[in-house]
Design a binder for this molecule. Structure first.
Ligand SMILES: [Zn+2]
Length: 418
C-alpha cells in the first residue's frame, strides 16, 4: 500500500513544502517531486504535516472519572474520591471501554503514542491494538489490593506475563510501581529485580508533602529510595518531578533517567511546577504527558504543550524559557524506535493540521502556531504506522458514537447527567 501526502508544509529535518510517500508502515520518500503512483493521495495543501505527539504519562481508563471530583488537593482527591470509586467501578470491561474513549480523544488531538499506568492493562493493550495506536502499558503496582491484583507480588508476575503476551512493534510493557509512598522498600526491591532492562514508569516528587511523607516512612527522599535500589537508569521514566531539589536533578542526570512533565494536572491539583527548564539545561531528557482525564480534564496535547511552555516562563521569570520549537520537540519526543520524526525510513506516524481556522491566519512560524495558537480541532488527519486512523476528522474504522455510548452507560451508575 502506498500513500502520497501532497503539497503539505512538512516539519521534517528539512522544513518546507514537500510531498511525502508512505509505503506500508514507513516513510519511503520526502521530496519536492515524487512521481511514484500511490494507491491513495492525500491533498495537504494549506496544511502542516508533522509527526504525531507522544503522551508519555496517562491513565486512560480514568476518563470515567472526568469531572467527578474537581478542585481538591492530591491526597484528598486520591484517598477520598479516586481510590474508593476505583474499588467500586474499575473492572475489565470498564478499562477496555473507557481506555478506548481516551484513545479516540488522543487521536483527535494528533497523538499517536501513549504511556499508560492503570489496572487490567491487557484491556488497554487490546483496545490499542484494535484502534491502531502505539502504547506502553503498565499494570499499576501498589502494596494494597488493587482492582486487578491482590498484592504487589501478583502484579509483578502479571507484568511478566503481559510482556510475554503483548510486547510487539506497537505495544511495550513497563513495570509501573505507582510511587515510593504506596510501596514498601521490600516491594520496590522486588520490582527492581524483576524489571531488568524493562521500562520503569513511576510517579515521583509529585508534591512536597509526598517527599516529606517518604522521608518520614523511609528516611530517604523518593529519588534516593529509587537510587538505593538501582531503579534509576536510562529506562526509568519519572512522572511529575515537581518537588525536585538540585540533588534530585543531579541523581536523575547521573543515571540518565527520563522526566515526564505533567503541567496541567500539577496546576489543577495545586501541586506546583516541575523545574523542567533547569533539567533540560542539565541535559536531562524530558517528555510530556497529560495524566488521566480525572485530573486534567482532557488529553489534549496541544493544550498541554502550551501550558508547559507558559508555566516554565513564569517559573523561571524568563520569557525565553522553552521557546515554541523546544516545546514542540518535547511533545513529539518518542517512546518507540524510528518514530518522532518525519524522516525517510521512519514509521509513518503523521498528523496533518488543516490551516482553515481563524486563529491560523496569518502564519509566520509553524511552531509558534502549533504551540501558542492551535487547538486539537486543527488536527484533520492522523496516520499511525502508515494506516489512516482519522481522515478529515472522521474515524475510518471506528464507531465513535458506540464508544461514547458505552462509556455513558457506565457513567450513569456514578451519576453522570448525560
Ligand atoms: Zn499519574
Amino acid at each position: 500500500m502506498k500513500i502520497l501526502i501532497k503539497d503539505g508544509y512538512c516539519l521534517g529535518e528539512e522544513e518546507g513544502f514537500f510531498n511525502l510517500l508512505i509505503k506500508d508502515d514507513t516513510i519511503e520518500k520526502i521530496g519536492k517531486e515524487i512521481d511514484d503512483k500511490a494507491d491513495k493521495n492525500i491533498d495537504a495543501k494549506n496544511c502542516i504535516v508533522m509527526p504525531t505527539f507522544c503522551n508519555a504519562h496517562t491513565h486512560l481508563a480514568m476518563s470515567l472519572f472526568r469531572g467527578m471530583a474537581d478542585d481538591l488537593s492530591l491526597m484528598d482527591w486520591l484517598n477520598n474520591h479516586i481510590f474508593p470509586n476505583e474499588a467500586k467501578f474499575v473492572n475489565r470491561d470498564m478499562v477496555y471501554k473507557c481506555s478506548k474513549l481516551s484513545m479516540l480523544e488522543m487521536i483527535r488531538g494528533g497523538t499517536g503514542c501513549f504511556m499508560d499506568m492503570y489496572f487490567y492493562e491487557e484491556e488497554v493493550a487490546k483496545a490499542a491494538l484494535e484502534i491502531g495506536i502505539k502504547g506502553v502499558i503498565g499494570e499499576g503496582i501498589v502494596d494494597f489490593e488493587s482492582p486487578s491484583c491482590k498484592s504487589a507480588e501478583e502484579c509483578i508476575s502479571k507484568t511478566k506475563s503481559l510482556q510475554k503476551e503483548f510486547e510487539s512493534g506497537n505495544i511495550k510493557v513497563s513495570f509501573a510501581p505507582h510511587s515510593t509512598y504506596t510501596l514498601s522498600t521490600d516491594s520496590l526491591k522486588k520490582i527492581a529485580d524483576a524489571a531488568e532492562n524493562s521500562i520503569i514508569h513511576i510517579h515521583i516528587n509529585e508534591t512536597k508533602s509526598e517527599v516529606d511523607m517518604v522521608k518520614k516512612q523511609k528516611n530517604l527522599r523518593p529519588l534516593e529510595v529509587l537510587n538505593s535500589l538501582n531503579m534509576l537508569n536510562k529506562n526509568t521514566y519519572l512522572a511529575h518531578c515537581v518537588a525536585s531539589s538540585k540533588e534530585d536533578m543531579d541523581l536523575i542526570k547521573q543515571n540518565s533517567s527520563n522526566v515526564i512533565n505533567v503541567p496541567q494536572s500539577n496546576l489543577k491539583l495545586a501541586s506546583g511546577i516541575a523545574p523542567i527548564y533547569k533539567m533540560i539545561n542539565k541535559g536531562i531528557d524530558v517528555f510530556i504527558g497529560t495524566d488521566g482525564s480525572a485530573s486534567n480534564n482532557n488529553l489534549d496535547m496541544l493544550e498541554e504543550i502550551r501550558t508547559m511552555s507558559l508555566t516554565q516562563k513564569v517559573f523561571e521569570m524568563n520569557e525565553k524559557a522553552l521557546n515554541a520549537k523546544e516545546s514542540f520537540n518535547i511533545g513529539i519526543n518518542p517512546l518507540f524506535k524510528k518514530t518522532g520524526k518525519l524522516k525517510e525510513g521512519y514509521k509513518a506516524d503523521i498528523a496533518i493540521l488543516k490551516l482553515d481556522s481563524i486563529e491560523s491566519v496569518p502564519l509566520y512560524n509553524p511552531y509558534s502556531y502549533i504551540v501558542y495558537a492551535a487547538n486539537s480541532k486543527s488536527v484533520d488527519t492522523v496516520l499511525i504506522n502508515g494506516k489512516i486512523i482519522m481522515e478529515k476528522r472522521e474515524f475510518v474504522d471506528i464507531d465513535e458514537e458506540k464508544v461514547k455510548f458505552e462509556v455513558k452507560e457506565i457513567a450513569k451508575k456514578l451519576g453522570s447527567i448525560f
